[in-house]
Design a protein around this ligand. Structure first.
Ligand code: DGJ
Length: 693
């Protein structure tokens, strides 16, 4: 049993393999946080601190550690829930009224029932425990059992109390082409807010928190949580004057208003959270394994070829067939036809919404290309951007009222497109039918679902900031029921949609339009902190890179992309025989190590050298791979010592180095380490190793 309840039934101790989380109910019915950290043995030892007012300016509610602070009374702190009742009352007063425990397959769940003191409004606080992963999932369900509607002005899914000051907060910042730029900042007094208001989750910040006490990869305390939402989110971190740090996360209240009609309920997106006393690595390992085993679809992700960077909008059957044949020659398993195949899509100006095959580009239909792809034993994938429409498209001419808009305002275009109000049943049906028809009519194995602009001018409805992404989830979930073998890739102008919400809905995730192999090392490092490697799609593309103008050797480009789900986006028809041969070799090698990469345990290794090496290890049972990168050799051209991790100390490992095989013990490799020296700029190496049976 992971849920221990005290004899008085007023303290709940939630245990995972090595952590505990505790809260209790006090004599006023408040749900009060008691503990989060290393595992504790018993619920009986906790004592509920007496509530005493510090001063009239520090009222008790302000200093009480509440699990789910609501707006009301003498509470001025960040609240998780603010709602307005039909009579205008804007205060919530909850009372504890019992709990339930539910047993799932891999989890146990505690549901705490709260009820408003006057209104027929229920709040259920959910705590789902995944003991084996050292993770917990928190969320809240609001149930309106009144005769009148309730307006929710703000709902955050949970509040966490961390009993320290001066923590480090880390997340990412960025923009298009520069997603996942890691930052770390000291938390001091005042609030740190991260959010997105654009209708997506992730170019700018990402919906998670990591708070640590000067942790390293393998040491120190780390508290973390990841929100399961792809739309507008907000997170607040606050060091209070009372000696602790608070963190909340949930739906962004910016311009958002949810109305719960009588009998309706709202389930806030869950936060997957955990505590590690052994640094960031444990956090990543627990999240990665949980995501792989519980959220993501099964199987290895195919090596893909995508023709976007090669042809952009200049798509035609003849060239795509040639590219497909060449992709097969290189060893690709999936050919993805990107933007430009449909309607009058010759540039960004037109086509979106008119999802018929362009006859000029495909005079013999899409079948000609699909047949050629299938003849090569490859899977076939196709790009769509279903939530959007160009003003010139026939769809817009027929249904100008289908876009988000205000009747009295001019709607902004971005990338010459509008966003469809997919929360309208008829628009949702149109998108579902269009995709269902495409998947039924053609032999398609993979859909790349793109979304290239933020949402704006949503019209009078203020709940669409939430409902829009829920509708995307629903359409994909429904399509997958009918077409279970089809893989769906989530893309939003690069990595605009990666989070723990979409991770359980789509199968593949485009990390960034920035395919510069060197920039990618930073992006991938930050991404790997929270997201599993199997969810990190990475392509090898042409040089000079379209963004950085950098020229990087093909080997380095492959090695960088082989750190995730490998793809190729080059104009492969221009490959020299040497590039073809190298690509074949790299793709062959990737397929051999793919289970270790996509399903193994991932380690960000320390680099003790003055030269900036990037060192990563993947381990799956007895097989391992080490990646070493040196983007720029500096004065001294020093080597580095790679201390591997996670090995069996007593076992002997065979390492296949460029100079031949060497045998070393696990303890030697972990504590002494392996000396490696790369020279020159953009040097890289992959060393495979194994523990022989
Ligand atoms: C943005 C994506 O990130 C690219 O990979 C490509 O699909 C383009 N959109 C196509 O318009």
């Amino acid at each position: 049993m992971s849920i221990a309840i005290s004899t008085n039934k007023d303290v709940f101790l939630l245990n995972t393999k090595s952590t505990s989380y505790a809260f209790g109910i006090d004599d006023q019915g408040l749900v009060r946080h008691l503990y989060w950290g290393k595992k504790l043995p018993s619920a009986e030892e906790f004592e509920m601190p007496q509530l005493t007012e510090v001063s009239t300016n520090d009222p008790v509610y302000e200093i009480t550690r509440e699990e789910f602070p609501v707006y009301g009374g003498l509470r001025y702190k960040e609240h998780c829930l603010k709602a307005t009742f039909a009579d205008g009352t804007r205060e919530l007063v909850y009372q504890y009224c019992g709990y339930d425990v539910e047993q799932g397959d891999a989890c146990e769940e505690l549901i705490l029932h709260l009820r408003d003191a006057h209104y027929d409004l229920l709040l259920d606080l959910h705590y789902k425990l995944y003991p084996d992963y050292d993770l917990m999932e928190r969320s809240v369900v609001v149930k309106n059992q009144m005769e009148e509607p309730l307006q929710i002005e703000k709902i955050h899914s949970a509040q966490f109390h961390i009993p320290y000051e001066n923590l480090n907060f880390s997340n990412v910042h960025g923009h298009w082409g520069a997603e996942q730029q890691r930052f770390v900042q000291k938390v001091s007094y005042g609030k740190v807010v991260i959010e997105n208001r654009r209708g997506i989750s992730s170019h700018n910040h990402n919906p998670y928190f990591i708070l640590d006490r000067d942790a390293t990869e393998t040491t120190g305390e780390v508290y973390f949580g990841a929100l399961r939402l792809t739309g507008n989110f907000s997170g607040v971190v606050e060091q209070t004057p009372y000696g602790e740090t608070l963190v909340q996360m949930g739906l962004n209240s910016h311009d958002c208003l949810l109305t719960l009609q009588p009998g309706e309920s709202f389930t806030a997106p869950a936060i997957l959270c955990g505590y590690s006393d052994s640094g960031f690595e444990t956090m990543s390992h627990n999240l990665h394994r949980f995501a792989r085993e519980n959220l993501m679809g099964e199987g290895l992700r195919p090596v893909l070829y995508n023709s976007w960077e090669a042809t952009e909008f200049h798509v035609n059957s003849r060239d795509q067939v040639k590219l497909a044949q060449k992709a097969a020659e290189l060893g690709a398993e999936l050919f993805v036809l990107d933007d430009g195949w449909f309607g009058e899509r010759h540039s960004i100006q037109n086509g979106l919404g008119d999802w018929y095959v362009n006859e000029g580009k495909f005079p013999n239909g899409l079948e000609e290309l699909i047949d050629a792809v299938k003849e090569q034993n490859m899977m076939f994938g196709i790009w769509v951007e279903p939530e959007m429409v160009n003003p010139k498209a026939q769809l817009y001419q027929d249904h100008p009222d289908w876009i988000y808009h205000y009747e009295t305002r001019v709607t902004d275009t971005s990338r010459v497109q509008y966003v469809l109000n997919i929360t309208k049943p008829e628009v949702k049906e149109f998108i579902y039918d269009m995709l269902d028809d495409l998947l039924t009519r053609y032999d398609i194995d993979y859909i790349k679902w793109d979304a290239n602009r933020p949402i704006s001018q949503t019209g009078p409805q203020r709940d669409v900031w939430y409902k829009h992404i829920q509708t995307v989830y629903e359409i994909v979930t429904e399509l997958k029921k009918k077409h279970p073998k089809v893989l769906f890739e989530a893309c939003a102008s690069g990595g605009g949609r990666i989070d723990y919400g979409i991770l359980g809905i789509f199968d593949d995730f485009w990390t960034s339009d920035n395919t510069d192999a060197c920039d990618r090392l930073y992006i991938q490092d930050a991404y790997s902190r929270i997201y599993p490697i199997k969810a990190m799609r990475a392509w090898v593309t042409d040089c000079p890179n379209f963004l950085s103008q950098r020229v990087i050797p093909l080997t380095f480009r492959y090695h960088s992309a082989m750190m995730g789900s490998l793809g190729v986006g080059c104009n492969i028809l221009k490959f020299t025989p040497e590039e073809t041969e190298l690509s074949q070799k790299m793709i062959r090698q990737y397929k051999e190590i793919r289970p270790i990469i996509q399903e193994g345990t991932f380690y960000r290794l320390e680099n003790p050298s003055a030269n900036q090496y990037f060192l990563y290890e993947y381990l799956k049972e007895d097989l391992g791979v080490l990646f070493a990168f040196l983007p720029q050799s500096k004065v001294g051209h020093r080597g580095t010592t790679v201390r591997l991790r996670g090995l069996d100390e007593a076992a002997a490992y065979v390492l296949h180095t460029s100079k031949g095989d060497i045998v070393k013990s696990g303890s030697y490799l972990m504590y002494h380490g392996l000396e490696i020296r790369l020279t020159g700029d953009y040097a890289s190496a992959i060393i495979r190793f194994e523990k022989p049976q």
